[in-house]
Design a protein around this ligand. Structure first.
Ligand SMILES: NC(=O)c1ccc[n+]([C@@H]2O[C@H](COP(=O)([O-])OP(=O)(O)OC[C@H]3O[C@@H](n4cnc5c(N)ncnc54)[C@H](O)[C@@H]3O)[C@@H](O)[C@H]2O)c1
Length: 284
């Protein structure tokens, strides 16, 4: 159902890989709500994924850019603005990747070159994107920028590895840049901390299926899926949330406020055979 919340607005969306991507759902919802879109991803993700299929469906341009490369971002912003014929009213940063997770390095045996790549791709790219947009004056007054985060920025979840550090940094960038961009142009910047969601990036996390099940049992409303996330983000892009900025907004069915639920405790009691796992490396 459309409420025309984004009628006449222009948006730039990072991170559509395939139809499981959270960004895919956001693009679909934004289009339904009346927005004109530019989609972007790395050349390799464009080649291996299905972004062009979505672009056809939502009548969007696709401009390749590696979000860690400032020149790529400058080119993207220039071409993107040409395509939509002006400034963007909203931007979605939906990017995450850890080479340490991919290659199975545990948190106490990080490869530091990989760590730098994790931070660059998953957090510093957000700063680069904002700095490039600001220099090009690419976002309109009262525009809205959202990046996707996860509760591992605040709490330790085994297996999330150096992505936890990246998410903490991402949320900090939203606050620090939110002050500057808000003061100057009334542009708001927030992060949405989403439930575990079965996507390509999500499924790379160790023990992901169990994490989804645990979060589902812990959350009074159940996990938020990608469609739920897209609907929430659309409200943040709309004019209905103009005074919300520099926030990390939990979108997780209540998970972040829980300590223990009846459903989780029941399974724990019934299924538990206590084992000391401290010597087991796979539990890091
Ligand atoms: N899936 C989950 O459980 C979950 C939960 C909370 C937050 N998030 C966050 O949501 C965001 C989107 O992830 P997703 O779950 O939709 O998975 P996804 O794999 O569909 O999306 C990740 C995207 O990052 C892009 N990317 C990687 N390196 C890039 C680079 N250098 N430049 C530009 N783009 C690059 C990939 O091409 C891909 O499109 C990420 O920030 C992720 O951490 C995911």
């Amino acid at each position: 159902m459309s409420y025309n919340l984004l009628k006449g607005k222009r948006g730039l969306i990072f991170g559509v890989l395939n139809d499981k991507s959270i960004a895919w759902r956001v693009a679909e919802r934004a289009y339904e709500e009346g927005a004109q879109l530019v989609l972007t991803n790395t050349p390799v993700s464009i080649r291996l994924g299905t972004i062009n299929e979505l672009a056809k469906r939502v009548n969007a341009a696709v401009v390749p850019a590696d979000a860690t490369k400032v020149e790529d971002l400058e080119n993207l912003v220039r071409k993107g603005m040409e395509h939509v014929g002006g400034q963007f009213d909203f931007v979605l940063h939906s990017i995450g990747m850890s080479p340490n997770v991919r290659k199975g390095h545990t948190y106490d045996e990080l490869d530091y070159t990989f760590l730098q790549q994790t931070l660059d791709i998953s957090a510093i790219s957000f700063h680069k994107m904002l700095q490039v947009c600001r220099k090009a004056d690419a976002i309109s007054e009262w525009g809205s920028v959202v990046a996707l985060s996860y509760i591992a920025a605040q709490r330790t979840l085994y297996g999330y590895n150096d992505m936890a550090d990246a998410k903490a940094m991402l949320e900090s960038i939203a606050r620090s840049f939110g002050y500057i961009y808000g003061r100057e142009k009334k542009i708001r910047i927030n992060t949405v901390s989403q439930s575990p969601t079965p996507t390509t990036a999500g499924s790379g996390i160790m023990g992901f299926d169990n994490l989804v099940d645990f979060a589902e049992r812990m959350s009074p409303l159940g996990n938020a899926n990608a469609e739920d996330c897209a609907s929430y983000i659309v409200t943040l892009f709309s004019d209905l949330t103009r005074k919300v900025t520099m926030q990390n907004l939990f979108h997780d069915g209540g998970y972040s406020s829980m300590g223990m639920s009846f459903r989780a405790m029941k399974v724990y009691n019934e299924g538990l055979e206590y084992r000391d796992v401290k010597e087991d490396k796979t539990h890091r």
